[in-house]
Design a protein around this ligand. Structure first.
Ligand code: C5P
Length: 390
């Protein structure tokens, strides 16, 4: 029975890892698309509202699962008030306040992720974001006292080198690509609001005039105009998000695995979402986007793509917490690094992504590092010889 349970556990773990890989690729592609597609209204949606709604969805799902989990431990005739009291106590007593820190970090990370995906193409974002493997490893050693062997440190150095290679800007190649393929639509101002209402994008003629004008501008005048995609802003946001992600993830793992209270992952998720909602409201909806939201409304610019990004992010957060519980943050990061390949294939098709030699070299190094890290360390101590006593 133990063997079957172990096999089932292994199956559930692998399933959550595979789901996370696909969720991650889909999330970044859809998030990127939601930031570059022509907006539904006069203004693109405010990212802080998406971060907040993501937390609200996670809170609702985690609460439902916690109610289900707790109800299994109670007698069938137990009144609902007792059930809710138990959950309330589990959430608000003990060390629940410790989730304030990861909640603040995850909120910052989620806000930065939007800045990064709107300024970078999905593949560059994914590769740069792999810095979180390095930060997660360092925080795991410091906070969780994990031991990493030489091979793992070497693979982390290869990873860092690969990410630096990819992050080298290559404007020349981009101009070549633009001349070859024409200018992708997403290099154009994304809304009337962002254009200062100067050009009416709804009339195809104006759009075309602007296209050709900008096209000639590129041919004569380097670097290419890209008024709304700013590589250095995107790269900085991606790397800072990676550092914050490493810290938040490892801290969450520490609370989940090392806390004497042995609180379930769903109660931890309720606590995390509760504090994240406060952080997203104060830091995002009020501070970051307050004036815009007051002027245009909370749901300005919402369409099904925005809802898809929010839904995928909420699902990803919940799956990530299961992977952190059943495996760890480092394993989670390696699973998501495989999604680079998926994003790459889709980007070549959908976003006219151009492959450069430096990009291929850097990405190969990142994938090689990922593989190197994942093969088990050879033990320095030989296992004791088995002695047969007759
Ligand atoms: O990039 P990274 O893998 O660190 O992203 C993890 C995502 O999962 C974050 O968006 C974070 O908000 C979410 N998360 C969550 N609940 C957890 C752990 C992570 O929603 N318990």
């Amino acid at each position: 029975a133990k063997a079957v349970a172990l096999r089932n556990n292994g199956f559930a773990r692998n399933l959550s890892l595979i789901t996370l890989t696909f969720q991650n690729s889909a999330l970044i592609l859809i998030m990127h698309y939601s930031r570059i597609m022509p907006p539904s209204g006069d203004h693109r949606y405010f990212t802080s509202t998406a971060v907040l709604l993501n937390e609200v969805i996670k809170l609702a799902v985690a609460l439902t699962l916690a109610i289900y989990e707790t109800s299994k431990t109670l007698a069938p005739s137990t009144p609902a008030t007792v059930l809710f009291e138990q959950i309330y106590n589990a959430v608000f007593s003990g060390d629940g306040w410790k989730l304030i820190l990861p909640a603040a970090f995850y909120t910052l990370q989620n806000l930065l992720q939007y800045v990064a995906v709107e300024n970078l193409d999905p593949v560059h974002f994914q590769v740069l974001y792999q810095v979180k493997i390095l930060t997660t490893a360092i925080f795991s050693v410091v906070l969780l006292r994990r031991h990493l062997g030489i091979k793992r440190w070497v693979s982390l150095c290869v990873l860092t080198f690969g990410v630096s290679v990819v992050s080298l800007p290559s404007s020349e190649t981009r101009v070549d690509a633009l001349l070859l393929h024409g200018i992708p639509d997403h290099y154009f101002p994304r809304s009337k609001h962002e254009l200062g209402q100067a050009v009416d994008l709804s009339t195809p003629d104006t759009h075309l005039t602007r296209r050709s004008a900008t096209y000639e501008g590129i041919a004569n005048d380097l670097p290419p105009p890209d008024p709304l995609m700013n590589y250095s802003v995107g790269a900085t946001a991606a790397v800072v998000a990676a550092v914050v992600s490493g810290l938040a993830g490892v801290y969450f793992e520490k609370l989940l695995k090392e806390s004497p209270s042995q609180t379930s992952v769903w109660i931890r998720n309720i606590q995390l979402s509760f504090y994240s909602i406060i952080a997203a409201t104060l830091g995002g909806v009020i501070w970051q986007d307050g004036s815009g939201i007051r002027e245009h409304g909370f749901f300005e610019g919402y369409n099904w793509v925005v809802w898809a990004a929010i839904g995928l992010q909420a699902a990803g957060g919940l799956i990530a917490s299961i992977v952190i519980r059943d495996a760890d943050n480092i394993v989670k990061n390696f699973a998501t690094s495989i999604s680079i390949v998926i994003s790459f294939i889709v980007s070549v098709w959908v976003f006219e992504f151009t492959v450069t030699v430096t990009f291929l070299l850097g990405t190969s190094l990142v994938l090689l590092a990922t593989y190197l890290y994942s093969i088990p360390e050879r033990s320095r101590h030989r296992p004791p010889a088995v002695r047969i006593v007759s």
